[in-house]
Design a protein around this ligand. Structure first.
Ligand code: HGY
Ligand code: MN
Ligand code: MN
Ligand code: MN
Length: 415
């Protein structure tokens, strides 16, 4: 008997609808950025459902929330399943949330099936996967696996000016009654990790395949480029006397567009954020800062392209001063072939069409793969749209992904 027989689509869909209330935006999406009141409320809803099932909860120092279903041998390293509840500012209801709720549905199905697994299974809501408010992204999973020292985040501030320490403290306070996990210098042992997620691309929908077996995650590197000039009167200052930071930033971005051209269209170069000071019509900009999100599946190519940033900006910046900071580094991460094979086998056993594909989006699973065998299950999303309020999935695909996840977890945990 498989746990998938006890997965209930209407229960999963009801949880999706309830979760979508937290941070709901008028356009039908969510704004549930890391450690905001909306994200805390979403975590508390999950905790309430978990407690109703009698699962034990715990919180670590970066506020990753763990929900544990015990196994026959509680001393054994657990199987982890998870994703994230935080979102982009104009995010969708399913990016991250689907993986957390499919993981919770899998735990409930294991309960309803009466299956006792050899190992414990822990559902994790990772902190700050998106990195939209506080950098870097995948913050919680990076700290958990030891890829990022919590101390390195000490002075971090959100793009809203709120210190990370303050936001983290508010989140921890909201879960005062939840036991703390020993802040082990190195992560607790993990037997394996699986994450279900929407594809955030169009491939599965175009192929009509409800299940994607993810082969790996493209590398991602983030930078902040700052141009410093001198503010001046827009009406009286001749061109030759200007140190216009915004014009310098626009020259840098134009030079970078040339440097990042890729006829194969495999490189992803995005300038998503531009801030200007004093940001008024009649004063020349004294400061301009823009973000760079650079991605490629091949490590050497990503390295080579990142190496072009300084050269392109140094030529375009004068007469303004230039500063480039790297704010996130994620090398390409292949997933465990054994877990990929298990996902494929369980999906086929359920009669589901499967397609293997890489992920252009980064995920917490990329970091868990540094400490244990890790893998991901994708489900299609409408038009491949994500990081957009229009993000959507069908109940049928949501159900299919949760069924595969439940059977994969049962197999990994020794049902
Ligand atoms: O940006 C990403 O790839 C992820 O969706 N946060
Ligand atoms: Mn995500
Ligand atoms: Mn995302
Ligand atoms: Mn993810």
């Amino acid at each position: 008997m498989q746990a998938s027989s006890f997965v209930r689509g209407e229960r999963l869909w009801r949880h999706q609808a309830e979760m979508a209330r937290f941070g709901a935006t008028p356009g039908g999406g969510i704004d549930r950025q890391a450690f905001t009141a909306a994200e805390i409320a979403a975590r508390q809803a999950l905790l309430g459902w978990a407690r109703a099932r009698g699962y034990a909860a715990s919180l670590d120092g970066i506020a990753n929330l763990f929900i544990r279903r015990p196994g026959r041998r509680d001393d054994l390293a657990p199987v982890l399943v998870g994703s994230h509840l935080d979102s982009q500012p104009q995010g969708g209801r399913f990016d991250g949330t689907y993986g957390v709720l499919a993981g919770f549905e899998a735990l409930e199905a294991l309960d309803d099936s009466g299956i006792t697994t050899e190992r414990p299974v822990e559902l994790v809501a990772w902190s700050n996967e998106e990195g939209s408010r506080f950098r870097p992204g995948a913050m919680g999973s990076q700290v958990f696996v030891g890829a990022l020292a919590a101390e390195a985040l000490a002075g971090a501030q959100g793009n809203d000016g709120v210190p990370l320490a303050q936001a983290l403290a508010a989140t921890r306070d909201a879960f005062a009654g939840v036991p703390r996990r020993a802040a082990a210098p190195v992560h607790a042992p993990v037997h394996a990790y699986v994450e279900a997620h929407i594809e955030q691309g169009p491939v599965l929908e175009q192929l009509g395949a409800p299940i994607g077996v993810v082969t790996g995650v493209a590398g991602a590197r983030w930078f902040d480029v700052t141009l410093s000039g001198r503010t001046a009167h827009a009406g009286t200052t001749p061109l030759a006397a200007r140190q216009d930071a915004l014009q310098a930033a626009l020259r840098c971005i134009a030079a970078l567009n040339d440097a990042m051209a890729d006829p194969a269209d495999r490189l992803r170069f995005t300038v998503g954020r531009l801030t200007v000071a004093p940001n008024v019509p009649n004063s020349v900009a004294s400061l301009a800062r823009f973000s760079i999100d650079l991605r490629h599946p091949d490590a050497a190519e990503l390295e080579a392209r990142a190496g072009r940033i300084a050269t392109a900006c140094a030529a375009a910046a004068p007469p303004c001063a230039l500063r480039i900071e790297e704010t996130m580094t994620m090398p390409p991460a292949p997933f465990d072939p054994g877990i990929a094979a298990l996902i494929e086998a369980r999906a086929r056993a359920l009669g589901l069409a499967v397609h293997r594909l890489p992920s252009g989006a980064f995920h917490d699973a990329a970091f868990l793969g540094r400490i244990c065998p890790a893998g991901m299950i994708f489900i299609p999303c409408a038009g491949g749209i994500s990081h957009n309020e229009a993000e959507n999935v069908t109940p049928e695909d949501a159900l299919a992904g949760a069924c595969v996840l439940a059977d994969v977890l049962g197999a990994l945990a020794g049902a």
